[in-house]
Design a protein around this ligand. Structure first.
Ligand code: B12
Length: 169
């Protein structure tokens, strides 16, 4: 084997090793249900079921057509909310907080949140003017499981059940 051929073989072998040992999905915010979704990540609009459960009953329940986009909470400060937040996903995807924002715009209710640059995400403070009031917070769950990351980092899939639930500490 001549030197050029030897280098080509070694390079190919090294590349193959690197590719086979690469994780299916890298970065924070990866959820087991999205572990193989990287190649099919898309920000095409999807329909999800959204529930907003307040301390005194349902504040919203319905299907929402949504995709990742910039959102603007009641007190202002528009930031992206498309799953690329915090490097969670390589390209834009639908997210829970974008779905909440879409429902709020369509149904004419407000939501508010504080932007944390460290997470590149919103901490959702209130929905329909209902806040945690120091005794509770708005929990974000998808398909019954609390998201391990904020609502602008988590990738939604069509048909997902998204819940913002007023939850006492
Ligand atoms: C305490 C805490 C909370 C408390 C905060 C209020 C309180 N009474 O203290 C409560 C229970 C409300 C909470 C809620 C959530 N949390 Co929390 N929380 C923490 C924790 C354990 C400590 C934060 C802290 O006190 N830091 C010290 C203070 C001095 O720094 P600080 O910057 O002022 O802290 C504030 C922020 O961290 C903010 N905060 C808390 N959680 C979250 C989540 C997001 C997405 C954002 C933007 C801000 C934020 O509240 C803190 C107090 O004011 C961290 C883990 C950690 N070790 O950091 C997770 C952590 C920050 N939380 C996390 C998550 C995912 C959430 C939720 C999204 C869970 C859910 N699915 O509902 C929700 C937020 C939902 C929403 N409404 O937007 C993740 C964020 C990861 C990420 N990349 O987004 C962390 C890192 C835990 C983890 N999974 O590793 N949380």
């Amino acid at each position: 084997m001549n030197r050029t051929l030897t280098r080509a073989v070694v390079t190919t072998a090294a590349l193959g090793l690197a590719l086979t040992s690469a994780p299916a999905v890298a970065g924070p915010g990866t959820h087991p249900s999205t572990a193989v979704a990287t190649a099919t990540n898309t920000n095409a609009p999807i329909k999800v079921k959204l529930t907003v459960q307040g301390p005194d009953g349902l504040l919203f329940k319905g299907k929402v057509r949504t995709k990742g986009h910039h959102v603007t909470p009641a007190t202002g400060g528009s930031y992206k909310c498309d799953g690329t937040n915090g490097g969670a996903h390589p390209s834009a995807v639908p997210t829970p907080t974008a779905a909440l924002d879409d429902a709020a715009r369509k149904r004419g209710f407000s939501w508010d949140g504080t932007w944390y640059p460290s997470f590149e995400d919103y901490f959702v403070e209130s929905v329909k003017n209902v806040s945690g009031g120091g005794v509770a917070y708005w929990n974000i769950s998808v398909n019954g499981v609390p998201t391990p990351v904020g609502g602008c980092q988590f990738k939604l899939n069509a048909g997902d059940q998204v819940a913002f639930t007023w939850t006492a500490f």
